[in-house]
Write a protein that binds this ligand. Structure first.
Ligand SMILES: C[S@@+](CC[C@H](N)C(=O)[O-])C[C@H]1O[C@@H](n2cnc3c(N)ncnc32)[C@H](O)[C@@H]1O
Length: 270
């Protein structure tokens, strides 16, 4: 049978097609699930300037990570998911040493993308670290972290996703294996002793000042030159932004911050 060359896919275009599809499935822009209601009996609610409405999928919101999806495996939206992919692909292609981590994973979608990138590029050396309480956010400790005063994330049961459910989500994509490692517990307890040597992608999505600061203190020193730091909630949660700048100023580090979608930001270490 003659081979029709036009039907051949180069490795690179097959990789791109797989990662495009992974992004669209993880964010569920394909089946377009509606946002979830907040715990508070479905009343319209403003949280960080976002209005959560019951029942209506909005493509613009899903693109920019402006809703909490009822079914999708990530709430970060398509643009920030694309950023996860680009950081991970670039780290591998540029041989930046180190693993990938997300601190604050919810249903696991951004880490599933990270593992998918390693799979697609044939990288068998790096680990994807999946760090979460798997029980939602901590109550604010306003005495220690004034910026978290009044933070009510801990009241949202929907933000507590068990480690079994997250593992099961990885399994659905055929991406649960020994290149994925789970750090279960509060960041303040798990991250200082995590057996991570180097990182090439550090993605922070713990929303609060405390969660952002705990992750930066333990993990920023492990980011390799050429590695990426991504802050999901930079423009969404004032305490998160403050933690970033408090940390950078305390270490006398200056960075060139790049915008992703009006909410998340990232920078690359020199
Ligand atoms: C906004 S969700 C993360 C969304 C996720 N990155 C995605 O792709 O959809 C925040 C997550 O951070 C976790 N979290 C926040 N602060 C934490 C802390 N101090 N220790 C452990 N987990 C924390 C919560 O349990 C929750 O799963």
């Amino acid at each position: 049978m003659s081979k029709d060359k036009s039907h051949d896919l180069s490795n690179e275009s097959a990789t791109n097609l797989y990662l495009d599809l992974l992004r669209d499935v993880i964010t569920n822009s394909i089946y377009s699930d509606p946002p979830i209601l907040s715990k508070r009996r479905g009343a319209l609610r403003h949280l960080f300037g976002i209005t959560y409405r019951p029942g209506s999928y909005d493509a613009k919101s899903r693109n920019s990570g402006g809703d909490w999806p009822s079914l999708a495996h990530s709430m970060i939206g398509m643009q920030r998911m694309e950023n996860v992919r680009n950081c991970a692909v670039t780290a591998v292609k540029d041989n930046v040493p180190g693993d990938f981590i997300e601190t604050g994973v919810w249903r696991g979608g951004a880490c599933i993308m990270m593992r998918g990138v390693l799979k697609a590029l044939g990288d068998t050396d790096r680990t994807v670290w999946v760090a979460d309480s798997f029980a939602g956010l901590p109550k604010p400790n306003a005495e220690k972290y004034a910026a978290d005063k009044g933070d009510d994330h801990h009241q949202y049961d929907v933000l507590a996703v068990s480690v079994e459910d997250v593992k099961n989500n990885f399994r659905k994509y055929g991406l649960l294996d020994d290149q994925v490692k789970f750090l279960k517990g509060w960041f303040s307890e798990t991250l200082p002793k995590a057996p991570i040597e180097k990182l090439s992608v550090l993605r922070l999505d713990g929303d609060m000042y405390e969660s952002t600061m705990d992750a930066l203190v333990s993990l920023y020193p492990k980011v390799s030159s050429g590695g990426f730091v991504v802050i999901d909630d930079y423009h969404a949660v004032p305490g998160c932004k403050q933690a970033v700048h408090d940390y950078l100023e305390s270490k006398n580090i200056s960075v060139s911050i790049c915008e992703i979608d009006g909410t998340g930001v990232y920078w690359r270490l020199e």
